[in-house]
Write a protein that binds this ligand. Structure first.
Ligand code: ATP
Ligand code: MG
Ligand code: MG
Length: 352
């Protein structure tokens, strides 16, 4: 069979490689780290920097299609790969989703709602933006942030200097704080011919900026807004001619869904689909990038909950396994505080 190239060596790459193997594909992981969750399960891997032209050339020659598990693939690497092999999702999806203000601008153009925001490039612009948006607000680095890293919450103008120092002068957006009723995400997979498959929208709870749980079905207040959010996500996917998974995070607010951010890839809030749906997000992503028909996204239980194991949480795996309904996933990483080590999913009860 063909070989799928995966950029990035983390747990998302690992779960993509596992799904690819089940469909008869080999995976070739490209990552700068010596080994990691993805390299451990892939047939081949290249350890090289994302700006190593020779390694990129060899990688492109060895695979039939390239996908990725993170949106910060350096643009020069993309250009080099793109000349040699299809990249799915494509360059436009990455260009937009790499930069917070670009994705928010696109969503606004497509008539979606976002929090008030301003791009900020220096302290003076931060002061102006804060005067306009007001408190509370959040300063976020435009790129490279995850798990709430690179974010500073602002309550008072006296905090601006320290906040600007904390982000070390990186390009940022200042966002108004949204007092949401709930958070949820739309998990959408778009195939080669533009067909889309959407899973039930998980309701997501974050703790200290890190995803804690994803639950389906979401509560009614989320379900009431899911249809509108799905229409927006589909419009975004079409606008980008996106192929593969597209995840959009939303705040459920009294006036309707407010778009937070997107990821052009499989997503932590979709891990429940491994046991909780007929076809997982990983499998459908592989199917899409390989031009195969998409599988059913139907939920297979009355209730599905996914809980992340962060840092020391992972040490409790023996207790977790005492519950026969618990499906444990460990990523094989060394424990560090705040690090995503694994997750556990429960499908309750299975549907007949
Ligand atoms: P991810 O790991 O999801 O990529 P991230 O670092 O990109 O995270 P965000 O999704 O922007 O960060 O924010 C993390 C969490 O912080 C959100 O899920 C939400 O709980 C809270 N948050 C972010 N922005 C806002 C906002 N404007 N108003 C209120 N809460 C917010
Ligand atoms: Mg993010
Ligand atoms: Mg997020």
């Amino acid at each position: 069979g063909a070989t799928i190239g995966i950029l990035g060596g983390g747990q998302l790459g690992r779960m993509l490689a596992i799904a690819a193997a089940q469909l008869g594909y080999r995976s070739h992981v490209y990552a700068p780290e010596a080994s990691g969750p993805a390299t451990e399960v892939s047939a081949q891997w290249t350890q090289a920097a994302y700006d190593d032209p020779d390694a990129l050339n060899r990688f492109a020659e060895a695979v039939g299609v390239v996908t990725y598990e993170f949106e910060n693939v350096p643009p020069a690497a993309l250009d080099r790969l793109e000349a040699l092999v299809p990249i799915r999702p494509g360059k436009r999806s990455l260009e937009i989703s790499r930069v917070r203000e670009r994705e928010k601008d696109l969503v606004r153009q497509l008539a979606g709602r976002t929090a008030p925001f301003r791009a900020v490039r220096n302290l003076e612009q931060l002061r102006d933006a804060f005067a306009e948006i007001g408190a509370p607000s959040i300063l976020k680095t435009s790129s490279l942030g995850y798990d709430g890293k690179g974010q500073v919450r602002l309550r008072d103008a006296s905090e601006l200097d320290a906040a600007w120092e904390a982000v070390r002068g990186a390009p940022c957006v200042l966002e108004g704080f949204v007092s949401f009723e709930a958070e949820f995400s739309v998990l959408l997979c778009r195939g080669e011919s533009g067909e889309t498959a959407v899973w039930d929208t998980p309701e997501n709870v974050h703790t200290h900026g890190i995803l804690d749980t994803s639950t389906v079905p979401a509560r009614a207040l989320v379900l009431d807004q899911a249809t509108e959010a799905i229409v927006l996500a589909r419009t975004v996917a079409d606008a980008l001619d996106h192929i593969g998974l597209l995840t959009c995070e939303f705040f459920a607010c009294p006036d309707g869904p407010v778009f937070n951010e997107m990821a052009p890839r499989v997503h932590n809030s979709g891990h429940w689909t491994i046991e909780g749906a007929v076809t997982s997000q990983f499998e459908n992503h592989i199917r899409a990038v390989c031009g195969l028909p998409l599988g059913s996204t139907q939920r297979v239980g009355a209730h599905v909950e996914m809980k992340n194991l962060i840092g020391e949480d992972a040490n409790s795996w023996p207790e977790i396994l005492r519950d026969p309904a618990a499906k444990l996933h460990l990523y094989g990483k060394h424990v560090r505080p705040g690090r995503k080590m694994g997750h556990v999913t429960k499908v309750i009860p299975p549907l007949a």
